[in-house]
Write a protein that binds this ligand. Structure first.
Ligand SMILES: [Zn+2]
Length: 482
């Protein structure tokens, strides 16, 4: 994710102002670890350190087939979710995350199941228990007027009606506002998304376009498939009056969608997504997904961009008045490696997404003839870094209220630059490539990065990471390789 306060040119004054704005919100909150959910049949969550109620235990989803229709006039969403999963315990029952909406029917392997609605959970008891290790298929029919979830620190996330259409985006959760889901990055799955909307409107989602067809009563069904494992918060659906361009980049589909109210200049900026991804490949290794693209919203309520898999969604401010959106495109595309292909184990380690994406911006700016990454690091170090409060909260454990703070973004990038200065350029970029390659498609945490870095560098780096990730005092200026 990226906030709209980001810009490409980084004067010391701009850096100081941006960080000062963030610092005003310091809360010093910390998240306590909550062990596990309520077993294979409970309505408890996966035990995320910050959001313990998110997600569910007892099964892993392999694939979601989402068939939804949406009518902007009535704001009604009607859906059928076919969830192919595998039990990870002997499963007498299980829960799915679902907020709002009305469940009309649930079957498990074709037999009607018993259903209860808990707090943001749909609790399902199959007619027959599912043994550990056995696959099963749950089909949920549902409908209603979807609503986003709100949080004072995280804003509005999820499905929102907008200008004769709708969009579904949000972090750390969004999916449960429009389909039943195991809503945590630890349960990644592949997706097929079929969205039926009134003729003339677009319905754009993740992955490879699988065509569109005329449906009943003047409707059109748009089909998308994401064949790489995807964390649920990275699923998106954008419906409305959009200019959709389908082309190819290096043999893969490149799809951009720009709201009709935005300038065609935005179409040109998003068309550069493939070329920008090629530059990132030079640093991070092969682009991890089967499609490229981007979606630009016109809704002024969206003051951020989100790295929805293979097709990030951008709020309008990044391109307003002819503004150059290259920086934010670099950021969201870097997430395709860091965050999307390699996903966090828990939301406390978000710096593994945001620090890397922010550092990609620094690298790209240097390549474009702007400030070097070293100069950007020094601007922060000498500017806001001279103040104690810049060094709190901890980058590796910022607390849920500071999840999207400078500690995670800027200091996450500074942590990587400190690593680079410590191990040297060749070793550093080898670490980046090995991280993206070895962890591809899975989940990884800070401890994994420390271990991988130590292996590649052939030296102890525990003290360095401990200082930069978990201490809240100013580190020593990172030394040259030696
Ligand atoms: Zn981001």
């Amino acid at each position: 994710m990226a906030g709209s306060g980001r810009g490409r040119s980084r004067t010391a004054a701009a850096v100081a102002a941006a960080v000062a704005a963030v610092l005003l919100g310091l809360a010093g909150c910390t998240g306590g670890w909550s062990p596990g959910g309520a077993g294979g049949s409970g309505a408890g969550g996966l035990g995320d350190p910050y959001f313990p109620s998110y997600g569910n235990t007892g099964y892993q989803v392999d694939h979601y087939l989402l068939q939804v229709s949406y009518d902007p006039a009535s704001k009604q969403l009607t859906g059928t979710a076919t969830i192919e999963a595998t039990a990870t315990v002997d499963l007498s029952g299980f829960s799915l995350d679902l907020t709002g909406l009305t469940v009309r029917s649930v079957t498990v392997d074709g037999a009607a199941a018993t259903v209860e609605r808990g707090d943001e959970k749909l609790v399902v008891t199959p007619a027959e228990p599912v043994p550990d290790g056995v696959g099963f298929t749950a089909v949920v029919g549902y409908d209603g007027d979807p609503e986003p979830v709100h949080s004072s620190s995280l804003g509005s996330n999820g499905f929102q009606h907008s200008d004769g259409g709708a969009f579904a985006i949000g972090q750390p959760r969004s999916a449960s506002t429009w389909f039943p889901v195991n809503d945590h990055p630890l349960d990644k799955a592949t997706y097929t998304i079929e969205a039926t909307v009134p003729e003339g409107l677009a319905a754009v989602s993740n992955g490879v376009p699988e065509g569109r067809s005329a449906g009943p009563a003047g409707s059109t069904t748009w089909r998308w498939s994401e064949d790489a494992e995807m964390a649920s918060y990275l699923a998106t659906l954008v419906i409305g009056d959009y200019r959709v361009h389908e082309s190819e980049h290096r043999g893969k589909p490149l799809v951009t969608a720009v709201h009709a109210d935005l300038s065609v200049q935005v179409d040109r900026q998003l068309a550069a997504s493939g070329r920008i991804a090629d530059v990132l490949e030079e640093w991070f290794g092969p682009y991890p997904f089967d499609a490229y693209g981007g979606i630009a919203l016109a809704d002024q309520r969206v003051g951020f961009a989100l790295e929805t898999q293979s097709r990030p969604v951008y709020g309008p401010s990044f391109f307003a008045g002819g503004r150059d959106g290259t920086g934010v495109i670099v950021h969201e595309l870097a997430h395709q490696w860091f965050g999307n292909s390699v996903s966090v184990r828990g939301w406390n380690e978000l710096w593994l997404n945001e620090g890397f994406a922010t550092y990609a911006e620094w690298l790209y700016e240097e390549r474009d003839g702007g400030d070097t990454a070293q100069e950007t690091f020094d601007l922060y170090w000498d500017g806001p870094g001279a103040e104690d409060r810049f060094w709190s909260p901890a980058t590796g454990d910022p607390g849920p209220a500071q999840l999207f703070s400078h500690a995670v973004y800027v200091r996450g990038a500074m942590t990587l630059h400190a690593l680079r200065r410590t191990v040297g350029d060749d070793t550093f970029f080898q670490i980046l490539r090995d991280w993206a390659t070895e962890m591809a498609g899975g989940n990884a945490g800070s401890a994994d990065l420390v271990a991988l870095s130590e292996r590649v560098a052939g030296r102890d780096l525990g003290g360095l990471f401990d200082q930069w990730l978990y201490r809240i005092d100013r580190p020593a200026y990172p030394g040259a390789a030696g």
